[in-house]
Design a protein around this ligand. Structure first.
Ligand SMILES: C[S@@+](CC[C@H](N)C(=O)[O-])C[C@H]1O[C@@H](n2cnc3c(N)ncnc32)[C@H](O)[C@@H]1O
Length: 264
C-alpha cells in the first residue's frame, strides 16, 4: 500500500509538482478529502486515476494549488502601493518603464488590478505586467477575464466603470487592460526566475510552503529584483528575518532589495 512519501514521488513524476515543499498537514487533509469524494481505495488507486483520467488530474491540480483570489485583495495595502511604492518606483526608474511580475497570479485578478492601478500613472500602452502561475487551467481562465461580482468588490468605482463590462451576471475585463498582461506558466519551486524586476507581487501562496521552500524563494525573489526593487507579499505573509535575504522594510508587507533610498 502506497504511503504519502511514495505518493509525493509519483505526483512529481506525473506533474513535476514537488509536494514536499508544501506544508504536509494541510496538503494531506485536502488530498484525503479529494480521495474520499471519489471513493478511491487509497493512494494507489488515486495515482492510477491521476495518470489515466484527465479530469481527475485537472481537479487535483486545481484543488491542491488553491486558486482563490480577488481584485485589490486587502485594499489598504493597495493604497500603500499606490501612494508610496509606485511613486517611489516611477521616480527611481526615471523615464523608463517599470517591470512588474505577478507571481502565482491565479485567475488574473492581481495582475489586472496592477494594470488598472498603473493606468493612473502611465498610458496603458506603456504597461506590461508579467503574470505567472503553476496551474495552466487557471491561466486560461485568467486570459478569459470573466469574474463574478464578489471578485470585483474591491475595485474602486472609477476603475470599475472604466475597465469592466457587465455580461449577464458576470463582469468582463476590458481588452485594453488584458493587453497589458502577459501570462505564462511558471513553477516557483523549479523554474528559472526572470531578472531585472522593479516590483514582484507574490501573495497568498507562500503560506502553503515549508520554511525551507520559502527561504529559497525569498532568496530568488531578491535576485530577480533590481537594486531598490520591491517585493509585495500577502497579509499573513510577513517575512521573518527579512534582512538575511538582503531586504529592508519601511512599510509592512513591502520589502525592498537593499541598496536604494527610502519610499518616503
Ligand atoms: C490563493 S492563490 C493566490 C492568488 C493571488 N496571488 C492572490 O493573492 O489573490 C495561490 C496560487 O498559487 C499558485 N501556486 C501554487 N503552487 C505554486 C507554485 N509552486 N508555483 C507557482 N504558483 C503556484 C496556485 O495555482 C494558485 O493560483
Amino acid at each position: 500500500m502506497m504511503d504519502y512519501e511514495k505518493f509525493k514521488e509519483e505526483v512529481y513524476k506525473i506533474s513535476t509538482i514537488d509536494l514536499s515543499a508544501y506544508k504536509e498537514k494541510q496538503m494531506k487533509r485536502r488530498l484525503d478529502a479529494l480521495i474520499k469524494k471519489h471513493e478511491y481505495d487509497g493512494y494507489d488507486a488515486y495515482v492510477k486515476a491521476l495518470r489515466l483520467k484527465g479530469d481527475i488530474y485537472e481537479e487535483f491540480i486545481t484543488y491542491m494549488t488553491i486558486n482563490v483570489s480577488e481584485f485589490f485583495r486587502n485594499p489598504p495595502q493597495w493604497k500603500v502601493l499606490e501612494e508610496k511604492v509606485l511613486p517611489y518606483l516611477f521616480d527611481k526608474a526615471g523615464s523608463k518603464n517599470i517591470k512588474i511580475w505577478s507571481a502565482a497570479c491565479s485567475t488574473g485578478d492581481e495582475p489586472y488590478s496592477l494594470a488598472m492601478l498603473m493606468s493612473k500613472f502611465v498610458p496603458l500602452r506603456q504597461i506590461n505586467i508579467f503574470a505567472t502561475d503553476i496551474d495552466k487551467q487557471i491561466l486560461m481562465q485568467a486570459q478569459t477575464g470573466l469574474y463574478n461580482s464578489k471578485s470585483i468588490v474591491g475595485v474602486p468605482a472609477d476603475l470599475k466603470a472604466k475597465y469592466f463590462e457587465e455580461v449577464g451576471k458576470s463582469y468582463k475585463v476590458s481588452d485594453e487592460i488584458k493587453k497589458c498582461v502577459t501570462f505564462k506558466q511558471h513553477n516557483l519551486l523549479k523554474d528559472p526566475y526572470p531578472k531585472g524586476m522593479d516590483l514582484i507581487v507574490c501573495r497568498n501562496v507562500l503560506i502553503y510552503f515549508t520554511n525551507e521552500a520559502k527561504d529559497e524563494i525569498y532568496h530568488k525573489f531578491n535576485q530577480a529584483l533590481k537594486n531598490g526593487g520591491v517585493l509585495f507579499v500577502g497579509s499573513t505573509e510577513q517575512i521573518i528575518g527579512y534582512q538575511k535575504f538582503n531586504f529592508s522594510s519601511e512599510q509592512t508587507f513591502f520589502y525592498k532589495k537593499q541598496g536604494e533610498s527610502t519610499f518616503m
